[in-house]
Design a protein around this ligand. Structure first.
Ligand code: GDP
Ligand code: MG
Length: 308
């Protein structure tokens, strides 16, 4: 309290703010978020477009709360409803945050990165440019001149070469993030990690295992719906429906004698058990739902409901 004026609140000693991690698919956004959070919240995969929903990871330090938003990548080409939805999420999120982390793959600046930058230029939010995957750059001497070159593209607040996978330079990034967050009270309780519930995360983990297993055999149009999520004593019973687009895809997901579905189930169950700290019984079903990815009504019925 200010002794001269008891009505005036004391200056805030804490910082809290929203941080968006944006960039084209597959640059390493989810990997970074998971590492910053110290826990698996967001799914990662070699296959692009595995992240479809906005996801908050909440990291609370002694005096700072960082609220991360992991966004789906932006795309220019396809114009299916799901892509329109993903682009919209990114566009809406960058105006609502205190800091943007714009991630690109090393020194490979592409047309898609240019597209993301164009969106970024439309808002006043400070931007850190993250050159990720520098562990794959063999000649480190070319990094500095490249950073100078890329600095000309936009008045970036900071440029960080880093490796989300090898955990290189992330501490420096984290302390820089802290400095850019506004002073204020925490938005969430200190022990809260995400705004998503266990049901949502369970579905995401299952989808991750499917995309991991299938690689290029399956287009990204697969979705998972949780039909049952009930605690029975010490065991949590989960039933999930895997929706694919074609009969052929259903066969592939199930595999010879159900072998693949079983593997997907076992791996997903382990992750869900880790997350919940409880024993899980997981049942998976596969169903064909033709054309869902290009039907906005179908998307809405599956919970992708902030299309408007
Ligand atoms: P997102 O689509 O941007 O969320 O990308 P992901 O986090 O899902 O990562 C895509 C792929 O890149 C995964 O196979 C990651 O393991 C890999 N990856 C992420 N960060 C790095 C990195 O710093 N170095 C290397 N070599 N690979 C990375
Ligand atoms: Mg991702």
């Amino acid at each position: 309290m200010n002794p001269d004026n008891p009505d005036q609140p004391k200056a805030a000693t804490t910082r809290c703010g929203l941080i968006a991690i944006i960039g084209k698919p597959n640059v390493g956004k989810s990997t970074l978020l998971n590492f910053l959070m110290g826990q698996k919240l967001s799914i990662t995969s070699r296959k692009p477009q595995t992240t479809r929903h906005r996801l908050l990871g909440i990291k609370t330090l002694a005096n700072t709360q960082m609220v991360f938003v992991d966004t789906p990548g932006m795309h220019s080409g396809q114009n299916k409803a799901i892509n329109r939805y993903m682009n919209k999420t990114v566009q809406s999120v960058i105006h609502d945050v205190d800091l943007i982390l714009f991630m690109v793959d090393r020194m490979k600046w592409s047309e898609e990165d240019e597209l993301v930058l164009r969106h970024i230029k439309q808002c006043k939010t400070p931007v850190f440019l993250l050159l990720n995957k520098v562990d794959l750059v063999t000649d480190k001497d070319i990094l500095l001149p490249y950073m100078e070159e890329i600095r000309q593209l936009h008045p970036f607040a900071e440029i960080f070469p880093l490796s989300a996978l090898k955990e290189h330079n992330i501490e420096a990034l984290e302390s820089a993030i802290e400095k850019y967050l506004p002073k204020g009270d925490f938005y969430y309780p200190e022990d809260q990690l995400t705004d998503k519930n266990a049901r949502f995360l369970a579905a995401e983990f299952i989808r991750e295992k499917i995309t991991r297993q299938m690689g290029d055999e399956l287009p990204y149009e697969v979705t998972v719906e949780i039909e049952e999520f009930d605690q029975d004593g010490k065991i949590i019973h989960i039933s999930a429906l895997i929706l694919v687009e074609k009969t052929g895809q259903k066969k592939i997901v199930i595999g010879e004698g159900g072998s693949r579905l079983k593997l997907i189930g076992t791996e997903a169950r382990k992750d869900i058990e880790d997350l919940l700290g409880s024993k899980v019984m997981l049942k998976l079903w596969v169903k064909v739902k033709s054309g869902w990815s290009d039907d906005e009504r179908a998307l809405k019925s599956l919970g992708y409901d902030d299309l408007s």
